[in-house]
Design a protein around this ligand. Structure first.
Ligand code: ACO
Length: 319
């Protein structure tokens, strides 16, 4: 009997405050036109002061739990993908565990920047397949606004805050997470980083990005990894119902869709409303498409992301 892990349900949360490109025009030397043309972003949500990443994660997790119909005692573990924890420790995951009243079990954070959710999903899938866990809450949550230099127009226009969650559970079907693919190339760590850290400057620092280089790597590496997913699973692009990409830049998203020969009406796009929410972007996009009725049970989804590290990854999922 083969064991797989399936996504039982999704949930997400966005902070109330919406920051538009027009708002940014009065903060830095930029224009709505420049931002839309280069990135596709029109607005993003920004968390309130005191509204830390754990608050976002807990709200997204609560929505997933509500829609699952499960009792909190039926969740065995929590993995949170985040680059912006409330504190160096404890993890965001233990705060989610406590807030939801879950029983003791593994709870930890995974840090792979924008690829974090794919990494967390892969770890949870392995834990379920190994028989160690029955159900794991997997969350991507970020308060990217806390890492931004609001005077740096090259980065502050790109990011937003939010959280998305899924409950992954054991299944005896052949469905669910069909394959996951994880990569990092640390030689490229200086393309995208923060200017600080606890063991160096003592503070979190700000995002620094060599945008053009990241862009070039993203287009090539995303094309390669989707090809790898197709070959490994012996499928053709026309069998994929939805591409659910990391939402960093509409040009990277449409470049990947083009490589797959997929029309944009089979691509989940939320970057115009959310900006780049790093590890939260894929579960947020997934929940948005599930709530709107676009993504339906049984459909084949290709998730893919690239982020600081550089890290990148993909997952093929029968939803
Ligand atoms: N408004 C107006 N002008 C701007 C702005 C702005 N907000 N930002 C930069 N410019 C200017 C630059 O100063 C430059 O001016 P110059 O030619 O006079 O020097 C010009 O616009 C072009 O700048 P580039 O950086 O070359 O613009 P590019 O077309 O590369 O677009 C962007 C920048 C959007 C950042 C793009 O490179 C990109 O999307 N890169 C990939 C980002 C990504 O995928 N990140 C993923 C992971 S994020 C993570 O892991 C945390």
């Amino acid at each position: 009997m083969s064991i797989s892990s399936v996504i039982r349900c999704t949930g997400s949360y966005l902070p109330d405050r919406v920051l538009t490109n027009k708002d940014l025009e009065s903060m830095v030397d930029t224009t709505d036109e420049w931002i839309v043309q280069r990135t596709g972003i029109k607005e993003r949500h920004i968390a309130a002061e005191g509204e830390g990443t754990s608050v976002l994660a807990i709200k997204a997790a609560q929505k997933a739990l509500e829609s699952s119909g499960l009792n909190p005692s039926e969740i065995n573990g929590v993995i949170v993908a985040t680059t912006t924890p409330d504190q160096s420790f404890p993890s965001v995951a233990v705060k989610v565990q406590a807030a939801l009243g879950l029983n003791p079990g593994p709870a930890f954070d995974v840090q792979a920047v924008c690829s974090g959710f794919i990494y967390a999903l892969s770890v949870a899938d392995s834990m379920i397949r190994s028989g160690a866990m029955e159900r794991v809450l997997v969350i991507g949550a970020e308060k990217m606004s806390s890492l931004l230099n609001w005077e740096d127009r090259t980065t502050c226009v790109l990011f937003g805050d939010g959280a998305g969650a899924v409950i992954l559970e054991k299944s005896e079907s052949q469905d669910g997470i069909l394959s996951t693919h994880l990569y990092a190339d640390g030689k490229l760590n200086d393309l995208l980083y923060t200017s600080g850290g606890v063991s160096t400057t003592g503070d979190a620092g700000h995002i620094v990005m060599h945008g053009k280089e990241v862009f070039k790597n993203a287009v090539g590496l995303m094309a390669d990894i989707v090809q790898e997913v197709l070959e490994k699973n012996k499928i053709t692009p026309d069998q994929i119902d939805w591409l659910v990409p990391h939402q960093a830049n509409l040009r990277i998203i449409s470049g990947t869709a083009e490589k797959l020969n997929m029309s944009m009406d089979r691509v989940v796009v939320t970057v115009h409303k959310h900006g780049n929410t790093s590890a939260a972007s894929i579960p947020l996009a997934l929940d948005t498409a599930v709530q709107s009725g676009a993504i339906k049970k049984g459909q084949l989804l290709l998730l893919e992301a690239l982020g600081g590290g550089l890290t990148w990854g993909a997952a093929l999922v029968r939803f």
